[in-house]
Design a protein around this ligand. Structure first.
Ligand SMILES: *[C@@H]1O[C@H](CO)[C@@H](O)[C@H](O)[C@H]1NC(C)=O
Ligand SMILES: *[C@@H]1O[C@H](CO)[C@@H](O)[C@H](O)[C@H]1NC(C)=O
Length: 148
């Protein structure tokens, strides 16, 4: 490494070490999180409404509004995102069909990190359920209690 490259490299290394030290002191890094790797998550939502209605799904996070999507019976809607290194990633959605509106947190990092990278949900009238690849079953989740 020549002198010039080194003079750029060293301050960067120092800065990185300082940031890492700062984060570990503040307790922001948990053993789950690997510095420098942002984990990609894929959410798939499938319309399994028993009455074969069209489903309108509208998902948001603190920073993103994914817009309202019309999902026909047996169709799927999919989106990808990267997990926040520091935790707290949350995607919350409304699920609407004629006369009904429910809400559900489709991805909650605290609840879901380590449980699914490909989070595949079937939307039934009574509940969303998520595919569990380890035993080839679906885990049922409750709708939020208070509608939309
Ligand atoms: C999401 O990521 C998967 C795997 O990387 C890719 O196959 C898929 O096309 C992506 N979907 C969207 C909507 O970007
Ligand atoms: C399948 O595995 C999930 C965890 O991945 C667990 O919550 C669920 O109870 C299991 N279901 C059955 C029927 O064993």
């Amino acid at each position: 490494m020549d002198l010039c490259a080194r003079s750029i490299f060293m301050p960067w290394l120092l800065l990185l070490l300082m940031v890492q030290l700062l984060l570990s002191c503040s307790g922001a890094i948990t053993p789950k999180i690997h510095v420098g790797i942002t984990q990609k998550i894929q959410v798939t939502i499938q319309n399994y409404l028993e009455g074969h209605q069209d489903l309108t799904v509208h998902c948001k996070s603190k920073n993103d509004d994914l817009g309202a999507k019309l999902v026909k019976y047996m169709d799927t809607y999919e989106f990808n995102f990267s997990l926040n290194l520091f935790g707290g990633t949350l995607f919350f959605c409304s699920f609407q069909w004629p006369g009904v509106c429910h809400r559900f947190d489709i991805y909650d990092q605290e609840r879901d990190q380590g449980n699914c990278k490909q989070c595949i949900y079937k939307i039934h009238e009574n509940e969303p359920s998520r595919y569990a690849p380890n035993n080839n079953t679906y885990i049922r989740f409750p709708w939020k209690p208070d509608g939309c």
